[in-house]
Design a protein around this ligand. Structure first.
Ligand code: TRP
Length: 492
């Protein structure tokens, strides 16, 4: 007899976990920046179009496939067509790759949490980040030793992940009840602080003033799709893995809508937090907002510390709140990724959760130390760029084509409708067969063309060959090995 698969405590736990993986640093440091530079309030139009024509359809596909097959991404795709298991392992490998470099951001956040008690970045947060925290070298060729404080941050990150995952879905069900609402609550606290600052409204106006002329620009639409795709954590196997822990009768479609809307709502909301602070900062420093507005790590580790130091009161408190927000935002994305990868090993070789969590962390921790060496920042940047711009886009494309054309997609829709609260129309099939793959293909060719014509960040070719294409190829090979290794029959 086949044993029953581990399951979420409740539907709420599942939705919380899915929202937790989707809501991450991207909502805070990527969305507001993309929005303001892509038409402000007008960006919401392509953004919501992308959400409904690609984001939620893919989310339904992933959650539904996991739930139906009761397997993580490798064997779920292996059940669609056998050779697709190879693809599944490759995509799962990308998740493993992401969590290994994603942990770097959490390591920085731990170190900043520590520094926030003394506001140690002083009045030179930029220099502080590069020289005192990263100890950054001059390029990817000059690696140097790992930086001790970051190694400690890294160790804390992996220890947390291990403790959360060692009891499998049971402990995740409990943890997400804290790590998902907590950062939202903290963001609300920061919002109240932000909105009551001088200049806040200028910031918000800057964020949302619509520029409708941008809607004629194709690249804005592609950015919206790219952002939705990244923000919903698609194509990495995370949602398939989480879906696989749902019971046989579980509701899918409505849960996917809730997850998608909750995630995008959080992004929109985080924009207010970010831009009210930026408005204040611009006012205090007498600069235009465009000069203080940054995205990415610069926003979190340079711009925000600057603003925190300049708050009229309770700076240490707000500093700590901000970095705890980052940590709690990031941690559920991190363990979701690790789970997406390791669940494949449980499916195929019946390795228990604790052992998987332990082995993974013991292997991943030493590898992740590359990213906290003096040259680590550059390697982090390269691996991130290649996995997101090439790996995940290719993976999403293969998923749509596999399910849209190689699977009985009409029957799959009937299956989902038979147990969901919301009926899926034919639009869902069109979204998977035409809209999403066409957009992903355009994004992919654009990314490849840009890479050929203008080398990314002027990194030397050998570095992007190793850290970029090399990583993608590595998982292709290892994925093949895992695919070919015979499965273990049922546990005793
Ligand atoms: N969605 C996450 C964010 O917005 C980032 C992310 C992309 C991710 N792909 C993922 C997280 C896969 C977990 C799993 O920050």
């Amino acid at each position: 007899m086949a044993e029953t698969r581990e399951q979420w405590h409740s539907r709420t736990a599942f939705i919380m976990a899915a929202v937790g993986s989707a809501v991450g640093l991207g909502n805070v440091w990527r969305f507001p920046y993309v929005a303001y530079s892509s038409g402000g309030g007008a960006f919401l139009i392509p953004y919501f179009v992308a959400l409904f024509t690609a984001g939620i359809p893919m989310l339904i596909l992933e959650m539904g496939l996991g739930q139906r097959m009761q397997k993580g991404i490798p064997l779920a795709f292996g059940s669609v067509r056998k050779p697709l298991q190879w693809f599944g392992w490759w995509a799962a490998g990308l998740s493993a790759g992401i969590v290994i470099y994603y942990s770097t951001i959490l390591a920085w956040a731990w170190v900043y949490l520590w520094h926030s008690f003394k506001l140690s970045w002083g009045d030179q947060p930029q220099t502080f980040f590069i020289e005192n925290v990263l100890h950054r070298s001059s390029g990817p060729g000059e690696i140097g030793w790992p930086v001790l404080s970051l190694v400690i941050g890294m160790a804390l990150t992996w220890l947390t992940i291990y403790l959360i995952l060692r009891k499998g879905v049971r402990s995740v069900s409990k943890v997400v009840m804290i790590t998902v609402p907590l950062p939202m609550l903290l963001l609300a606290v920061l919002l109240v602080r932000g909105l009551t600052l001088d200049g806040a409204m200028d910031g918000i106006r800057y964020y949302l003033t619509p520029d409708f002329s941008k809607l004629w620009d194709l690249s804005i639409w592609l950015k919206a799709y790219g952002q939705i795709f990244f923000s919903l954590s698609l194509a990495s196997g995370v949602m398939i893995g989480y879906g696989s822990y749902l019971g046989k009768k579980a509701e899918i479609t409505n849960s996917a809508f809730i997850t998608g809307l909750a995630n995008c709502g959080t992004s929109f909301f985080a924009g207010f937090v970010v831009f009210s602070m930026l408005g204040y900062l611009a006012k205090i420093q007498g600069l235009p907002i465009s000069e203080v507005a940054e995205g990415g790590s610069g926003l979190a580790f340079v711009t925000f510390p600057t603003a925190i130091s300049q708050l009229p009161a309770l700076n240490v408190l707000f500093g700590a709140i901000f970095f705890i927000t980052l940590l709690t935002l990031g941690i559920d994305s991190a363990f979701a990724l690790q789970e997406a990868f390791t669940t494949g090993f449980n499916d195929k070789w019946r390795i228990p959760a604790e052992k998987l969590a332990r082995y993974f962390v013991l292997i991943a921790f030493p590898i992740s130390l590359i990213f906290v060496t003096r040259g680590g920042f550059y390697w982090f940047d390269i691996v991130d760029k290649w996995i997101c711009d090439f790996g995940l886009v290719i993976s999403g494309l293969i998923q749509c084509i596999a399910v849209g054309y190689l699977y009985r997609v009409g029957e799959f829709r009937d299956y989902l409708n038979s147990q969901s609260e919301v009926r899926l129309g034919r639009w869902w099939i069109w979204a998977l067969r035409y809209v999403t793959p066409v957009i992903l293909l355009i994004i992919l060719t654009g990314n490849i063309r840009t890479e050929i014509t203008e080398r990314y960040s002027d990194y030397p070719r050998w570095a992007t060959l190793i850290g970029g294409w090399g990583v993608l190829l590595f998982w292709l090979v290892l994925g093949y090995v895992l695919y070919k290794r015979p499965a273990k029959a049922n546990r005793t």
